[in-house]
Design a protein around this ligand. Structure first.
Ligand SMILES: Nc1nc2c(ncn2[C@@H]2O[C@H](COP(=O)(O)OP(=O)(O)OP(=O)(O)O)[C@@H](O)[C@H]2O)c(=O)[nH]1
Ligand SMILES: [Mg+2]
Length: 551
């Protein structure tokens, strides 16, 4: 790109910003790769290379190519302009098989001729052949590299290829028409009409005007004008010449000289190329403004992912487990013993109960239910909705690119969700301090109840329960108070603590839910959101590149 910018600098000094435009097209083409039509992207990248190549080369030369149908008189016109019989003019068609060049002012043209692919044997340097009588007219074309091209319409395939190659490289194009074939679709459809962007670097010549009766010349020129207008080439001048008799050659030479002298043809040509391709990329890309992914869409996607990952199952297990462990610690111990030990729901999911918390072990997912078809369908629907939402208003290639990106990594979903859940710390699992204290209290109450029961039993057995001897509080035997008080208090604490344990369980469940959803959100971010955002960034890059290329 440095060479491109160096080449462009020379043009920047002349008030154009062609380097920035090529750079814009380059940026757009790179970002469009794999998203817009390959052939269009290839064309843009070829053009960037070609334009950079041309701008790196001589800015003081203007490459003028003479193109047209076989027998129209290209070589004759070439010879008339050079004043020499350089190109063979023949009756056999086609005559010219290889492009030849005539250079006025050789300095710095070598690399340019090499880039054009004109071998030295087909090159002539005009000023080296000057005779004094012709010096004046020759110097008028100083800086011109005139090319005589083969025909574009014979059966020789190599001729078409050579013409297409050089038509793409020339700075200025002179299309030679003749009175017989000037309306041929071959030239209008294939070359002229598609060059509307290039009309400022084109001339049209009607040759062999000597063969047209004088009274018919104007109507023929009018006819050509009409055809060119229909091709979208309303600014292209038409010159009537006779290469054989020299009519109009001086005017043609002046027109070429005028365009070569201001040295703008090179940048104008590249500009036209860049605008044409950038215009097509722009049309394919559309100009809808980009929209950001909406937070609601992402949240809905996260929800679907969380459900498919089994987050609600784990969260519910955490809640039940907390309720159970706190309940068991704070509950009336006798009831727990009688009801037996139920398995911990979290352990059933093979959650690892560490000292400072718990994590889903690597084996956890085997215990978690697989995502059901309904859950999986919801994931797919949410991904689709997100892609459709964000690509709404974009052209089809971009809609497809966004959709493709949104699903490109979904086959990793199951594994990635498992891994994310396995690595998620579910929050504290320790018994709350208050519950530990209540446990001690409950056992003290059990001891009091048992002691009260024993004491009361002994008193009742010996018939001393009503006896005034035994310790009494408020007239009731202490043993009985211990027995009933311990029982009532134990059960009352159990009931109150159930309510408190429910709160703790819900808090821990919410905490676990937050942590799990954060992990799941990381997965949706990586597998769906980031790929979609990459496409949106590419779209923005293409748009801004194209805008720069067209500016
Ligand atoms: N009457 C007349 N004949 C011309 C004129 N220009 C060219 N010719 C003749 O037209 C024929 C073709 O001329 P060329 O210059 O070889 O044509 P070309 O376009 O180079 O043809 P290819 O190399 O085959 O593509 C030759 O016989 C020329 O003498 C002209 O202005 N008037
Ligand atoms: Mg020829």
């Amino acid at each position: 790109m440095t060479s491109l910018l160096e080449g462009a600098k020379q043009l920047v000094t002349r008030g154009t910003d062609i380097g920035a435009r090529i750079d814009g097209l380059d940026t757009a083409a790179r970002a469009a790769r794999g998203r817009l039509d390959d052939s269009l992207v290839d064309e843009a990248q070829d053009l960037v290379d070609r334009a950079a190549g041309r701008l790196r080369l001589s800015a003081s030369h203007t490459v003028v190519a003479i193109a047209g149908a076989t027998g129209s008189g290209k070589s004759s016109t070439f010879n008339a302009l050079t004043g020499l019989e350089l190109s063979a003019v023949g009756v056999r068609r086609p005559t010219t098989s290889w492009a030849s060049a005539c250079v006025w002012g050789r300095d710095g043209a070598d690399e340019l001729l090499e880039w054009l692919g004109i071998p030295p044997r087909h090159q002539t340097t005009r000023d080296s052949m000057l005779d004094t009588g012709r010096r004046e007219s020759a110097s008028e074309l100083d800086g011109v590299v005139l090319l005589d091209l083969p025909d574009h319409d014979s059966t020789e395939v190599s001729h078409h290829l050579e013409v297409d190659r050089l038509v793409a490289l020339a700075d200025l194009l002179v299309w030679v028409l003749d009175p017989q074939k000037y309306a041929d679709a071959a030239i209008h459809d294939r070359y002229l009409a598609p060059s509307a962007e290039h009309q400022d670097v084109m001339l049209v010549v009607l040759n062999q005007i000597d063969t047209v009766p004088e009274e018919r010349r104007q109507s023929m020129l009018d006819d050509i004008r009409r055809l060119l207008d229909a091709d979208g080439l309303d600014r292209v001048p038409v010159l009537a010449v006779s290469a054989r008799e020299g009519t109009g050659i001086a005017e043609l030479k002046s027109e070429i000289a005028r365009r070569a002298a201001d040295k703008l043809a090179t940048s104008a040509r590249v500009d036209a190329d860049v605008k044409a391709v950038a215009g097509r990329i722009s049309a394919a890309s559309g100009s809808a403004p980009t929209r950001a992914l909406s937070a609601e869409r992402v949240r809905a996607l996260d929800d679907a992912f969380a459900e498919a990952a089994g987050v609600p199952t784990v969260v519910e297990a955490v809640e039940r487990s907390t309720r159970m462990s706190v309940g068991r610690a704070t509950g009336w111990p006798v009831a727990s013993v009688v009801s037996g030990v139920k398995p911990d729901p979290v352990k059933r999911l093979q959650l690892d109960l560490g000292a400072d918390g718990r994590e889903l072990s690597g084996r956890a997912r085997t215990a978690l239910p697989e995502a059901t078809q309904v859950q999986r369908a919801r994931v797919d629907a949410e991904v689709r909705a997100l892609a459709d939402d964000v690509s709404n208003g974009l052209t089809q290639p971009w809609v497809s690119a966004v959709r493709r990106a949104s699903t490109s990594r979904l086959d990793e979903l199951g594994d990635r969700l498992d891994a994310a859940l396995a690595a998620t710390h579910l929050g504290g699992s320790r018994l709350p301090v208050w519950a530990g204290a209540v446990r001690v209290l409950q056992w003290l109450l059990v001891v009091a109840t048992v002691a009260g029961l024993g004491w009361t039993g002994v008193l009742a057995g010996s018939g001393k329960l009503q006896d005034g001897d035994t310790v009494r509080v408020g007239g009731v035997a202490l043993g009985l108070i211990l027995l009933v008080g311990g029982l009532v208090l134990g059960i009352a604490i159990d009931l109150v603590c159930r309510v408190v344990a429910g709160g703790t369980a819900r808090r821990r469940a919410t905490d676990a839910d937050d942590r799990l959803r954060a992990s799941v959100s990381g997965v949706s971010q990586e597998l769906v959101v980031a790929p979609v955002e990459t496409e949106l960034t590419a779209y923005t890059t293409v748009r801004s590149g194209v805008d720069r290329a067209l500016s």
